[in-house]
Design a protein around this ligand. Structure first.
Ligand code: BGP
Length: 469
């Protein structure tokens, strides 16, 4: 018998987000979200209106093809599927009092399909999809009013879907807010950038909203398990000098604070020091403090890469393409977009989070963005994506190591299990999927789906519960 470190019931699957997969951006009463005016991704300029070059408006047309897509996930043996609900389908402008029934009905149909195939849903409540109206009229998450709007939205979801969905995530990569304020927090970016005071206040509002969602879930859907979701990125000292080690600690703190608040229910001392030193005074009410004590059931995270850090400004060359900036690590290879490939980093992060928070962990994003070539093999169109198989295999081996270390891991959902629009580039040519979708950066293509080589590889991994790795 082959042995595997993966426990029985380990949840294998894949992950997507509404704005990157659904399309149908103005159908059935959906309002606009920030993504609908971001045709060029994170660093490109935003448009004032939806523009025809925005690939997300059709994306891969999952809104109409979800049944076919979920059947393909089932064919790979998925036990779990992570998707997000588009806030602007449920509350088109974000500040209404009554939800849009047609929007809710779409997610009922998704859940029906998942149930049919015995796939557990994992729902992200907010994945970079703040309703545009909340950005333009309220200044996004800088405004305390958003806590109430989010609360109403979350309550609506728990009431409607709470009996069908166990696993919930409050905000995708909540720690990206300071780095990508418009995409992550619906915060319009003025010339010269958003003042730090406002960014940190927005962060506080999201943390309170997240904790309130957890409290509401306890009341409305007691069986629900609510998790936070952070972008993880292990940080290595560029040299063994104590100063570099301190620079690593500071960089780590900037990310760990989110998990600390979500699992411990209060701000840690190092964060209060950061605020003091920056001269930032947050508006934190007694009610906020009380809300924050509603801690999560589990911690989920994305993992793509690690970075290095140094205290020496002369060596502080920011790594090209690193999601949050930072310094490139000279010992590691990188993807075409400069994301440094580091499977061992995943084991380190799993151990660090487990040691620190003692909450079950869920790896909800991991994968390799690459340019794929559709070719014909034995009369079938496919992609021979050995590079992707190698990346995923190496990372999953490290998950196995972490399990041997005693880390509690609930599951693994590979990012972009079907090709979708990339968040950073807003293009389709940066692909992550096991399933190739025929759509190009210029918007052409049949939207037909093809199984890549990794499709069969992942099916084997799932079938053998990781023994085939
Ligand atoms: C994460 C986001 C996803 C996703 C992924 C890959 O930061 O949560 O939405 O897209 O990164 O990024 P990209 O699509 O830019 O390669």
């Amino acid at each position: 018998m082959t042995t595997t470190p993966f426990p029985d019931g380990f949840l294998w699957g894949g992950a997507t987000a509404a704005n990157q997969i659904e399309g149908a951006y103005d159908e059935d009463g959906k309002g606009l979200s920030v993504q609908d005016v971001m045709p060029q991704g994170i660093s490109g300029p935003r448009s004032n209106q939806p523009t025809p070059d925005n690939l997300k408006h059709v994306a891969i047309d999952h809104y109409h093809r979800y049944a076919e897509d979920i059947a393909l996930f089932a064919e790979m043996g998925f036990g779990v599927y992570r998707f997000s609900i588009a806030w602007s389908r449920i509350f088109p402008k974000g500040d209404e009092t009554e939800p849009n029934e047609a929007g809710l009905a779409f997610y009922d149909r998704i859940l029906d399909e998942l149930e049919k195939h015995g796939i557990e849903p994992l729902v992200t409540i907010s994945h970079y999809e703040t309703p545009l109206h909340l950005a333009e009229q309220y200044g996004g998450w800088t405004n305390r009013a958003l806590i109430g709007f989010y609360e109403r939205y979350a309550r609506t979801l728990f009431e409607r879907f709470g009996s069908r969905v166990t696993y919930w995530l409050t905000f995708n990569e909540i720690n990206s807010l300071l780095h990508a304020p418009f995409m992550s927090g619906g915060i319009p970016i003025p010339e010269g950038g958003v003042p730090e005071q406002q960014l940190y206040q927005a962060m506080h509002h999201e943390l309170v909203a997240s904790a309130r969602a957890t409290r509401i879930a306890r009341e409305v859907a007691p069986a629900a398990k609510v998790g936070c979701m952070v972008l993880s990125m292990p940080v290595y000292p560029l040299t063994p000098s104590p100063d570099d080690a301190l620079a690593v600690m500071d960089a780590d703190h900037g990310n760990l604070v989110y998990g600390d608040v979500h699992t411990r229910g209060a701000y840690p001392g190092y964060f209060l020091r950061t605020l003091r030193e920056k001269g930032i005074e947050l508006d934190i009410t007694d009610e906020d403090r009380d809300d924050l004590t509603n801690t999560v059931d589990f911690v989920s995270f994305s993992y793509y890469m690690s970075i290095a850090e140094t205290a020496d400004p002369a060596k502080r060359v920011t790594g090209e393409g690193n999601i949050m900036g930072g310094v490139s690590n000279p010992t590691l290879p990188a993807s075409e977009w400069g994301w440094q490939i580091d499977p061992v980093g995943l084991r380190l992060v799993l151990n660090q989070f487990w040691d620190r928070w003692q909450k079950p962990l869920f790896i909800v994003e991991n994968g390799l963005g690459a340019r794929d070539q559709l070719v014909e093999v034995d009369g079938e169109k496919t992609v021979v994506d050995d590079y992707r198989i190698a990346y995923l295999n190496d990372h999953l081996v490290q998950v196995g190591e972490a399990l041997e270390d005693g880390v509690d891991v609930l599951g693994y959902t590979s990012w972009g299990c079907i090709d979708i629009v990339s968040a950073s580039t807003a293009q389709l040519s940066k692909r992550y999927g096991f399933i190739y979708v025929d759509r190009n950066d210029d918007g052409t293509g049949t939207l037909k789906r093809y199984r890549k080589k990794s499709f069969g590889w992942y099916a084997d991994v799932i079938r053998s519960n990781g023994a085939s790795l």
